[in-house]
Design a protein around this ligand. Sequence first.
Ligand code: AFP
Length: 323
Amino acid sequence: MTAHVRLNDHIGALDTPEGLPAVLAVLGETCAAISRTVAGGALVGALGASGQVNVQDEEQKKLDVITNDMLREALAACAPVFGVASEELDTVEPTGRTGDHGYLVLFDPLDGSSNIDINAPVGTIFSVLPASSGQIDEAAFLQPGRNQVAAGYALYGAQSMLVLTTGQGVAAFTLDVDGQWLRTGEDLAIPADTREFAINMSNQRHWAEPVRRYIEGCLEGKDGPRGKDFNMRWVAAMVADVHRILMRGGVFLYPWDAREPDRAGKLRLMYEGNPMALLIEQAGGKATTDGKQPILDVRPTELHQRIAVALGSAKEIDAFAEA
Ligand code: AFP
């Protein structure tokens, strides 16, 4: 049996700023606990709606609330964490700590909530930003994604996996029966070419013309301008679609659409777009809003602002940009 490196030993061997290993260790422990809670499903009363609505004006599932509280409490007790922000919280929550070597942690506690009650994959997405020595308010969180010192996700699927970057490549960990994250992949690399796209096709009539042209080119396959057939996937959980792309390539698209013309896109910049973009770029892919503008260069103006997303295999994102 191969001896696998544990998450904390992997982090300890990295060149990381002071305090960051402690933050990542708490995130790993909490995601392992969330994996156990999600796995309990109906047996632990974790399915169904909570009866509450969040700041996104979305009905919260019970697990949205449970997992959000698990992360808030664990991070509030972690000394280098100076504040947290969550998809499920109206605004930021300072921990009251200030000083040097502090971090801000942003998260989507359970991405893919619509999958919970059908036992399809869900996940936790997290982003870690440096905390300034000043006041920890919403403005302190509004940093471009390039400032992230770490980003990752936990995917609760057939296996529970944790995928993490601190800016030195992307590593993958699998949760073992003892609740330990054991390294099962490192230096993940996304193939530059792909024949697989992920998009919610039911929105086709609402897309802008370039998106329609790109998808039509994929659907025409080898009989059309692309000269090759494509396959489609859509898990309705960004974590699972991004994980597939990290494992075998592909593109993931959630573009602007005319259903809500004043909204840049459905996905949130700070705790979905930015962490996933850092992972994708670190694995050699491209992560953009429109095929050209890197997500990591977007200067945030609001904590819960939304963003269009086109990420994945570099050459296919270029083809999307030229459509
Ligand atoms: P939920 O967490 O509300 O299920 O949304 C998941 C998500 O933000 C992202 O993870 C998916 O890729 C995308 O939305 C699915 O959106 P559609 O339900 O419109 O396909």
